[in-house]
Every structure is written in C-alpha cells, then in structure tokens.
Design a protein around this ligand. Structure first.
Ligand SMILES: Cc1cc2nc3c(=O)[nH]c(=O)nc-3n(C[C@H](O)[C@H](O)[C@H](O)COP(=O)(O)OP(=O)(O)OC[C@H]3O[C@@H](n4cnc5c(N)ncnc54)[C@H](O)[C@@H]3O)c2cc1C
Length: 413
C-alpha cells in the first residue's frame, strides 16, 4: 500500500491543476490516470487548438453554464480567466483570441498547454501513475482515510480529489467512473446525458442545405405545448442534423419529443417582420416574393426550400400571394417548428450534463458535504459550460479552488 497526502483521480485539466496547486513544500501528491498519457480530451479540445477560456468579463461567464452558473461563481471569481491567461503567459505561452473572444495558445497547439501543466507537475514533484484505472474507492471513517484500488496497486491518502470528467468521447478515458465512486461514497448522481451536441429532427427537411449557417438566431424550446426556454445563437444545418454553437449550447435543455422553433429572420421579431413583410408584399404587387425574401440574410437555396415547404410556387408574384399563404410563409420564416427525434450521443457530445449533484458539494471549497477530505472538480460535477472555453476554464478554476482548501485544511487553518 502506497501512502500519499493527496490523491487525484484523473489527469485532465481539472485534476492536473488541482494537483499542481496542492504540490510543493514536500507534500506527497499522486495523480492516477487510466490512459498511458495525460489530458487526452484536452488535446482534442478546440479541434486540437485548445480554446482554454474566453476573454469576456468574468461576471458574464455565469451566463454560460446553464441553470447551474451560481455554483461555479465562487471558483471563477477566485481564479478568473485573466488569472488563467496569466498562468500560461508567465510560463512562456503566448495567447490569442478570435473575433468571438475565444482564447487559444498562439501556436494553436493544445499540446503546448498540456506540456506546461506536465512541466509544473514535474517541478512540484507530483507523481503521476499512468495506465492505472481506479476501480475502487473506499473511505475509512475511523482512520479518516481513503483507500484506492487499481489492478496494479493500492493507495491511501487523507485527501481525495475526483476529477474523472464526464461521459462524452469515452475513448479519451472519461467513461463516467467518477459517478460510480461518488455514489459509492454516498453522493447523488444527476442522470448524465449528452450536452453540447447536435439535434436530430423528425422528417428533417434541410438535408440538401448542408453547410448553410445563420448568425445569432432566436431559438425557442417547446415542451407539452408550452414554451420553456429561449436562446439566441448561430445555427448550422448539416446533412444529418442541426448544429452550430447556438444549438450545441441549447442542447443541455432539450429532450427527445421537444419542439425547437427557429426564427430564421433573426434580427427581427416575428411581429416586426410580419408587419414589414406584409407592407412590402402589398406595396410591390408585381415583384416576385423571392425578390423580397432576398432582402433578408437568407441564401437563394434556403429561400427556394422554404417556399417549397410553404407550398408556394417559386415564381409567384406578391400580388398573387393569398393571405393564408402569406401567414404560412411568415410562420415558417419566423417560427419554424422542428420536432426533436434525438440528441447526438456521447460520441458526438462535447460535454456531459448531469453528474455529481451540486447540492452535496460546497461551491466555496469544492469539498463534499458528505465526506470530509473528499473533493470534486471539473466535468464530473453536474455543471457544463457553453462552447467558447467555459468548460476548460471551469475545470481549472474548480481544481484551483479544491487545492486551496485542501492546503488550508492541511495547515489546520
Ligand atoms: C471534442 C471536444 C472538444 C472540446 N473542446 C473544448 C474547448 O475548446 N474548450 C473547452 O472549454 N472545452 C472543450 N471541451 C470540453 C473539455 O475538454 C472538458 O470539459 C474538460 O476536458 C473537462 O476536464 P476534466 O478535467 O473535468 O475531465 P477530463 O478532461 O475528461 O479528464 C478526466 C481524466 O480522468 C481520467 N479517468 C477517468 N476515469 C478514471 C479512472 N477510473 N481511473 C483513472 N483515471 C480516470 C480520464 O482518462 C481523463 O484523463 C471539448 C470536449 C470535446 C469532447
């Protein structure tokens, strides 16, 4: 049995950062990783470029974690995007941001980010055991100690950080093991499901429009004939499903059977567009309807398709458009309903919603409210961010906070 002060399960950004911030001053810190190397998911993040954070105001970050933003507030404010950027800049990594505010290493190589983390682990003399999958985690109340088993070895420690990630892209090593450990230790698991994932639509009508994208469209979610959420974001039509940042971010709220309604006119609300469109149709009787539609940010192919869906002849003139068809066209343009057949599975989802219930973890310390000395950080928790660097920032901030409180506890502060 090997004895450590602190054991971290999982060498993703959350686990590595927790370990780095616990390390040094002769503390014995161990990271156990099932893969033969660290940060497999980090390496593929941002298409291999690692969108590690966002350059927006940290206060605005709270809007990008769905309904659970409140939980992550403390960790984000204690270790902000600026702090994270400084951490890498001080270690020689130049960073850039794109027009959307997403931050990347200038080299656009996620391996540069990972290498800094591994270098820090080395500097702080943190042990990392690779190719060891933690299979069992037990807690001994009398001894206040955790017992961790892999096929290869047994370990014990006073502090345990579970940083095993979510369930998506399981070939990166995150297969949901952390949920099993947490449950065994008395924690509740909110049903994990794919997030940041495309939506499959019943009788999907836009197959041949694959590649068409729209900026900043209003999207509404309907369930049991009630509107339950609305959102704005970019939408991409693919040959199989609807995707794009707006849909991916919204997917955390969606269930099969829901109706998604999209306003393809985007800039205008339904009523404003209706009034403007009717006025144009009435005053320009000899113009083709298509000509009017081309005045909006819609491609010719898309207009043709929508007119087909509305059952309106392609060369119909405004003066020939019946009131019924006019209303139908406005409805299709501003409130296009699509029934969700299913969501992209864990092989497509970039994040996991659900996970270790936030009610049983302190947002101020990341410590379990059930077992002293047990900490969680990153995607294993029931919190998932939007695209834009919010997940990796979240994992770093939570890892940092967990470490801070472990150190305080060790010092008896
Ligand atoms: C394709 C893709 C692209 C993404 N791009 C971005 C992006 O650009 N920006 C962004 O912010 N987010 C992005 N994400 C999400 C982001 O990568 C994750 O949210 C983040 O990596 C979570 O960090 P983590 O440390 O919590 O978990 P992970 O990175 O999942 O790490 C968990 C680690 O635990 C290990 N582990 C699991 N179980 C065990 C066990 N039983 N024993 C030992 N080890 C175990 C795993 O092997 C893994 O190494 C992307 C995700 C995907 C899938």
């Amino acid at each position: 049995m090997e004895n450590y002060d602190i054991i971290v399960v999982g060498a993703g950004p959350g686990g590595l950062f927790a370990a780095i911030n616990c390390g040094g001053e002769n503390k014995k810190v161990l990271v156990i990783e099932r893969n033969s190397s660290a940060g497999k998911k980090l390496l593929i993040s941002g298409a291999g470029r690692c969108n590690l954070t966002h350059q927006g105001n940290i206060k605005d970050f709270l809007n990008y974690y769905g309904d659970n933003g409140g939980f992550i507030k403390h960790s984000l404010f204690k270790f902000t995007n600026e702090d994270l950027m400084d951490f890498f800049k001080k270690r020689g990594i130049a960073l850039i941001s794109n027009e959307d505010g997403k931050v990347f290493p200038e080299t656009l190589k996620s391996s540069d980010i990972l290498n800094i983390l591994l270098k820090e682990c080395k500097r702080k003399e943190i042990s990392i055991k690779y190719n060891q999958r933690v299979e069992k985690v037990n807690y001994n109340k009398e001894k206040l100690a955790f017992y961790i088993e892999t096929k290869e070895n047994r370990y014990t420690s006073k502090y345990l950080v579970i940083a095993t990630g979510g369930k998506s892209y399981s070939n990166t090593g995150s297969t949901g093991d952390g949920y099993v450990f947490a449950e065994k230790l008395g924690h509740t698991i909110e049903e994990p499901a794919p997030s940041l994932t495309p939506l499959y639509i019943k009788d999907y009508p836009f197959r041949e429009l694959s590649g068409t994208s729209f900026e900043n469209l209003p999207i509404a979610l309907w369930r049991n004939k009630k509107k339950i959420k609305s959102y704005r974001g970019d939408v991409l039509l693919t040959h199989k499903n609807i995707s794009g940042p707006g849909i991916l971010n919204f997917s955390r709220y969606v269930l099969p059977g829901d109706i998604i309604r999209i306003n393809f006119i985007g800039i205008k609300g339904e009523e404003a567009f209706r009034a403007e469109f009717i006025e144009k149709v009435i005053s320009r009787g000899k113009s083709m309807i298509k000509t009017i539609l081309k005045e909006y940010p819609l491609s010719k192919r898309f207009i043709d398709k929508l007119m087909d869906i509305a059952g309106i002849f392609q060369d119909l003139k405004c003066g020939e458009l019946s009131k019924k068809n006019r209303n139908r066209l406005v409805e299709i343009l501003t409130n296009f309903p699509m029934e969700v057949e299913g969501l992209g599975d864990f092989n497509l989802a970039m994040a996991t919603r659900g996970g270790v219930s936030l009610k049983e973890v302190s947002p101020k310390t990341m410590e379990s409210r059930i077992i002293k000395g047990l900490y969680f950080c990153g995607e294993v928790l029931d919190i998932d961010g939007d695209t834009g660097g919010y997940n990796i920032q979240g994992a770093f901030s939570m890892g940092k906070l967990a470490a801070k409180w472990i150190i305080k506890d060790m010092k008896g502060e």
